[in-house]
Design a protein around this ligand. Structure first.
Ligand code: ZN
Length: 238
């Protein structure tokens, strides 16, 4: 079976629509942060609910419905969260509040941030940080979002290595943490929407990039009165 793993949509309907079109034949799993930053939070929640078979919560989803404190978010993120909070429908608030933090499915584990303490919203950005995280899930494979960067950390015996390859065959004797990148706010200098395809039979990971109309998404952000930087970063993929 081929799975599409999406994360960090962040209210960007234009990017989400483009990814859903490309992933139309895949069973979808969403790793959270459906809202925050972008101008279409309700539409994104409704579309993800309709299309994804499994959905877990991200920190922005929970901050937008008062389930976590966002005092330590930066100024721009705080502004976006309070805008999102006041624009969400009651039904969508209820829905975000109902989301779980982790998922075990087939042969993998999934969490928005980090397996050892999903609610601490730790960033896994390098093999050093990943080391202890491998002890907190039983499977050989864990998918994460949160950093908005696509990469793979592999553990073979006691060796940890990172890779930015777009395709990778998973070895049976190794374990992996796969960061699937961001649909709605990529930060690796490539503005194209990013998601991951996992072929459960072939044991193959593929990072996909989908070009979408980022100018339109950026314009909506400006029209909504959200910070300029949230619009301009979509154009640059930062
Ligand atoms: Zn995010």
């Amino acid at each position: 079976m081929k799975l599409g793993i999406i994360s960090d949509v962040h209210g960007n309907l234009e990017a989400l629509n483009a990814v859903l079109k490309e992933a139309r034949d895949l069973m979808l799993i969403c790793l959270g942060d459906i809202v925050g930053y972008g101008a279409s939070p309700n539409e994104c929640i409704e579309l993800v609910r309709e299309r994804a078979s499994f959905i877990i919560a991200g920190n922005h989803d929970l901050a937008a419905v008062d389930l976590i404190d966002y005092a330590n978010f930066n100024f721009v993120a705080k502004k976006a969260i309070s805008w999102t909070r006041s624009n969400l429908s009651e039904e969508n608030i209820r829905y975000l509040r109902s989301l779980r933090l982790t998922l075990s499915l087939y042969d993998f584990f999934a969490v928005h941030s980090a397996p050892c303490s999903p609610e601490s919203w730790r960033y896994i950005l390098s093999p050093d940080v990943a080391e202890e995280e491998f002890s907190c899930f039983d499977q050989n494979l864990c998918f994460i979002g949160h950093s908005h960067l696509p990469f793979v950390i592999k553990k073979s015996r006691d060796q940890l290595t990172a890779s930015f390859l777009q395709e990778m065959d998973l070895e049976e004797s190794s374990r992996y943490i796969v960061s699937v990148g961001s649909v709605g706010q990529p930060r690796d200098g490539n503005p194209a929407a990013c998601f991951c395809i996992y072929d459960t039979d072939e044991k193959r990971i593929q990072m996909k990039r989908t070009i979408y109309n980022a100018n339109e998404a950026a314009d909506k952000i400006l029209k909504a009165g959200l910070p300029f930087n949230l619009a301009s970063r979509l154009i640059h993929g930062i």
